[in-house]
Every structure is written in C-alpha cells, then in structure tokens.
Design a protein around this ligand. Sequence first.
Ligand code: 26V
Length: 798
Amino acid sequence: MNAMNTLSADLLRARIAQHLTYTMGKDKAHASTYDWRMAVSYTVRDLIVDSWFEATRKTYEEQGKRVYYLSMEFLIGRILEDAVINLGLHEQIEEVLAEDGMSLMDVVENEPDAALGNGGLGRLAACFLESMSTLGCPAFGYGIRYEHGLFRQRFQGGRQVETPEDWLNQPHPWEFERPEACYTVPFKGHVDTRDGKATWHPAETVLARAYDTPVVGWQGKWSNTLRLWGAHPTELFDLERFNSGDHTAAAAPEALARTLSRVLYPEDTTDSGKELRLKQEYFLTSAALQDILRRFLSEYDDLSLLPQKVAIQMNDTHPALAGPELIRLLVDVHGLEWDRAKTIAQGCLNYTNHTLLPEALEKWSTWLMGRVLPRHMQIIERIDAEHHAATDCPPDLRIVHHDQVHMGTLAFVMASHVNGVSALHSDLMKQTVFADLDRAYPGRILNQTNGVTPRRWLKLSNPALSQVITETIGTGWEDDLDRLKELTEHDSPDLRAALRRAKRANKVAFGNWVQANMGLTLDPDAMFDVQIKRVHEYKRQLLNVFETIARWNAIRKNPGADWTPRVKIFGGKAAPGYFTAKEIIRLINDVAKVVNNDPLTRHLLQVVYPANYNVSMAQRLIPAADLSEQISTAGKEASGTGNMKFTMNGALTIGTLDGANVEIREHVGAENFFLFGMTADEVLERYRKPDHARSAIMASQELQDVLQMLAEGRFNPEEPTRYHGLLDHTWNHDPFLVASDFSAFLACQTKVDAAYADTDRWDGMVLRNIAGSGYFSSDRTIRGYMEQVWDAKSLLNR
Ligand code: 26V
C-alpha cells in the first residue's frame, strides 16, 4: 500500500496554502497559476525528501553498490505530474485545487519542459532514472545543468526557425543547489614529468557546482538523485581590471566559465569537432568522477574495492573521457601504480552504444585533445599502446589513428561491458563496426533492449486507457507490466469497445488541442497516423510525405471510392545545420497547406505538423494515435523508444525490421504488426546496385507522379524550383533507399486502410499490441543492466 495515498486532503490543503503564503509571498486572491504551481511543487517535493533521505541512509547502511549513469543528456519533460502520479496524490490535489477554482491540469501545464536532451538517447536516460528509483537500485544520474535546453521550433512560411529555450528564467522548484559540492575542473596548460611522475599545470580552471533533483520511483518507495553540474568561475571577476575601468574585460572569466553549461548542443549525429563540446564532455566527466571518488573514500579506504562498490555507465561515448580521467585521478592524485589504476577503472566502467551511423561516431583530433586535455592525451596514447600490444590489432582498430582519437574504441577498450540497445543493433555491432574489437575482447558485447517507463508513458499520459486496464486486470500492472498479457484472457466485445472508447476520447482531446492551437478541425473517426521523432534522412519522413502525396493523388483520381479517412500527423525538430532535414520539414508544411485546402479530399486526408514537438506533446499525441510510423531504413535505427510507447498505448505499427521493431513484432504477434520493406541484409545488397534509386523510381508510376509534381512546384507555385535539390538527391543518391522501399510501403498502407475499416479486427489487434507491450517497460531493461552489467542489487524491502 502506498503510504502517500493515506495523506489526507486536509494536510495537502494546509501545506499548499503554507507555501503559497510563506514561500511565494502571495495571498490566494492574487495568486497566479504560476504561484499555485510553485506552491504545489514545493508541497510535493517536501513529500519526496523523506524517502530520499531514507534511500541514502539505507545505501550507506547496506554498503550497497552504487550505479552512476553519466549522460550529456536527460530529456525529462515536466516533473510535477510525474511526482504526483508516482506518489498517488492525483485525486487529493485535484480536490484541494478545485476548492479555489484551479485544476491540476492548469497547474501542471504551467511548468516548462526540462528539455536537456535531443531525442531518444536523452529520453532513455530519463526513463532509466525513474526505473532505477522504482526498483530501489541505488543510483545517481550525472549530467549538465544547461541554462538553455533544446531550442524551440517555430515555422515561418513552413520553414523551421529556432529560438533559444529558457526554462531557467523562472525559479526551478525541483532542484537543491549544493554550494558545498563543488569541484575544480582543469583545462589546457602543460604536463611536467619528473621521475616518472606527471604533473599537469592547467592554464584554465572552472568550478563545477552540484544541483540535485530527487527522482521518485513508483509509490514513493525509493528516490535517487539526478545531480546536474553548473559551471562557475574559479575567480569571480578581475577586480584590478574593474577598478581600472575595463568593466567588460573584468567580467570575462565569469562569462567564459558559464559558457560551459550555457547550452545543449542541438546536433544529434554530426560530430562537429567543436572545442566547447569537448570541454563540456570533460566538465561533466571530471566533476562526476571527482564526486564518485570523494563519496567512495568517505566510506572506504582501499581503492581496490572501487569495482565492487561502483558501477559507472557511459551513455554513448560522450562521457568516454571517464576512462582516462579515472586513471588520471587514481595515478596522479591518489598515487596508484598505472596497471592497478587501469584495472580498477576498467572494472568500474561500461559503455552503451546508441548508433552505428558513421557520422555519429565521435572522433577528436589529437591536436585539439592535446591542447585542451594534455594529460589525457598522454594517458590515451598509453592505453592505445597497451591495447595494440595486447591485441596486435591493425592500425584502423587503434584508438589513435590518422591523428584522431576514436572515442568508440576508447570507450570499448576501457569498459567491462559494452552493450547495444536492441537485439538487432547488438548483433549488427558484432558484425560491423565493432566486429574486430568483439574478436579481440570476446564476450564484452551484450544486448540490453531499451524500454520506457509505463508510469509516465501509460499511467500519466493515458488515464483513459489506464482505467480500462485497471478495471480489467486490477491494479499492480504499473510496476509489473508483463501483467498486461492478462488482457488477452479477458478479450471480449465489451473490452474491445472500452479500448475503442478510450482511444476515441484521446483523439477528441488531441483534436481540441489542434483546434485551439492551429485552427484546424480534425475528424476523430479518421485514422490518426503519426510520425514523431527527430527529423533525419534515415528515419525517412520523406517516405511518409511521398506516400501522403501519392494518397492524395489516388483519392483525387477516384474520390468516390471507399477510402479510409486519415489524418497524417508529423512532429519533430531538425538539427539547425542539417539542410536536407530542414527541406523535408518545409516540404511537409507545403504539402499540408495544399492538401488541407482541397475541398475534394479534405474529409479524407489531412496533414498536421504542430511546431515544437517535445516530451509534453508526445504525451498528448501518443495516446491519440491509431498508427505508429516506424519506417527507418533497416539497420539504421539502433532501437527506437517511441515505437514502444505507441505499442503500449494501443497504436498499431507500420514498420521495417529495424531496431526494437523486430522485438515488438515478436511480442505482439506478426499478424498484429504491419511489416514492409527490405531487411538489413537486403539493404546492404541494394546499396551495391549503383542505380538503385533510378530503377526503383522507374518501376513505380505512383512515385514518378509524386516526383513530377515536386518538379513542377505543385505545392509551392510561388517558387516552383524549391525542391529541385531534394529531387536530384532522390533520383541520384537516395542514401536511405526511400525509392527502393516506396512500393512496399504503399502496398502496406493499403492493408492498414483495410484493417482499420474492419473495426472489430482492428480492435483485436490493438488489444494484442497493448497486451504484448509489457516487455518494453524500462523496469525490465534496468533489471537486465543490474544483473548482467552492473552486478547491483535492489535495496527495497531489505
Ligand atoms: C551524438 C552527438 C554527436 C556530437 C554532438 C552531440 C551529439 C548528441 C547525440 C549523439 C548521439 C545520438 C545517438 C542517439 O540518440 N541514438 C538513439 O538512441 C536511442 C536510445 O538508445 C535509440 O532508441 C535510437 O534508435 C537511437 O537513434
């Protein structure tokens, strides 16, 4: 039983009123939604603090192994709603707020998203934090407290325009600033070596200051800490310069230091080789490792115990300096021998790979690395020499090669375990990018298929469906998601109808939001066909928009046919410097403008692209989706996590055999999944055909028609040549095989139409998707990491 459930509305009423008066300094008559949100947030936060202290006490007492999750990104979204759901305080707070004419929804929606991440990798880190707390795994998340998270997206004439995000311009009620938890992070300068001992004389230093956010698990039984580092100057300002009148120069040290935690890098694939990014990565890594060692040494005095007490997870290669940094701290600061230090470091570290796209594999020039981190460059050279000596690897398998430091190789060599994020992805790691390293270090690569937290992605975002589930199988599925399987035992016309009603209610709610925000009226009985994710060529939004155009053509040719009405919904941001992705966004918006204004087809086809897709928009959109588009070129999407959220929420997937789609299909049953397209092997084969694009285009009249319309500027008569570049790209390059998979996609979409028209059949498929989604809870994933990677134990109920 959740202790919080017994908290009376009276107590909450008193505490909220207390915070409104004494923390916010407002009386009820003048309190704004913001004031209420802060008062409610402080009230809820107070309720978490006790379990937070209790978890810390227990971890010290049991001398448990701690897990440290190092990530440059945590895409958290809103915090209050999550805490309220996990504490089970929904109804009581709603009741209290209603007395003053407020609603929990208004209060919750007043909170800005914490958008400290780009996409899947950052959102995964946020789901993992929540699951680690739910499972009582003693853990810390370490990241950067970016002042500005991921940019906001607007559309101007259909084009993406970026504006800075500013979540910290209001006080952030969830963090505790820790001025005493503060570390010096050194940069640049030179290294002296005397009698075999290296001394680094840095030329710059920055202070890393901790800001802690408690992360509460399901039912408030355990809370861990997300510790984000803010950069501060070591010297406040140059008083001499200030006194001499040079006020700008006097503030320079402060400005320089703060740059390090100013803004999240918005690229999520291209490694741009920027010095600031390298400094950010080291800033996070060094602060985290100093903190880890300080905590360890406060409890133990033998550093050899470190691997027994500490597991460090590197979320992609971004914190891969953890290897050399840990060795540096152990050798240079704590006086250990090199071999011992390296063995200890390897015993603690693990590395998760999140992409095989070559352009996303981080590399740093030895020149930059040597200038910014001269001591680390020496350490990396030595690790590399020993790696070479031990494995006799060819030059291209070395960490340093062609004057570049290969961070993937460094992370791999320094880790106990290396994992991919879906079965297919882990297999491909072994067959391709990491094949030789896998042979040199057999058994090091494992798989841990991603998952998502069902608390945020089902219970919180889809109360209508959650209620149907609870009414059918009872409570307790929230932290035991395999229980969703029981739904199949209750399959009945009544259950199917209930699922359908819940979905329709969510579609109506989303339709109202679109009406209010975009002025478009959606038909809730049309199929909501959704593709939401970062815009990338490999994710093939282009394939989806080509299909949209082909569908429009087909309807116009035969408007009287028995069409299944569809709303095509897109959402997602492009990296600011990614030209082709931005062209694709503009094309979708141009197509939307024309198609939505066609009186002949309007009732059968609409295209909606709300700007600024983020976690909160995902929470509205996913519960309202009928069809989930997971159509990446096979072999390119490491896992996907959106695909899992849709399945849990009763959307059917149209997808390729890529990433975790493969496992989703196995769990929901092949007959309940719309599969199309080439396999990863067939993709490789297809690339060998020099005219793959042209020959595929010539084989499809529908695709030729689409391309012809773009050539003529059918969607942009004001500038008919607008998409000629994109067309040339498609005809002559088509790097992600849009043309080659087009016909299969079209044919599969026709099957989707037929299935949707058969309501009962569709509802049965929906039921089996929800029932089969239990495997994709991040609780299952975290259990896998605890057992197979970290060797960590839950401290709950002990
Ligand atoms: C790379 C870089 C390069 C330098 C600039 C900043 C930056 C930021 C992120 C990345 C890596 C992005 C990799 C990524 O997000 N992978 C996604 O990870 C998800 C969680 O495992 C997975 O579901 C997606 O399939 C995968 O694309």
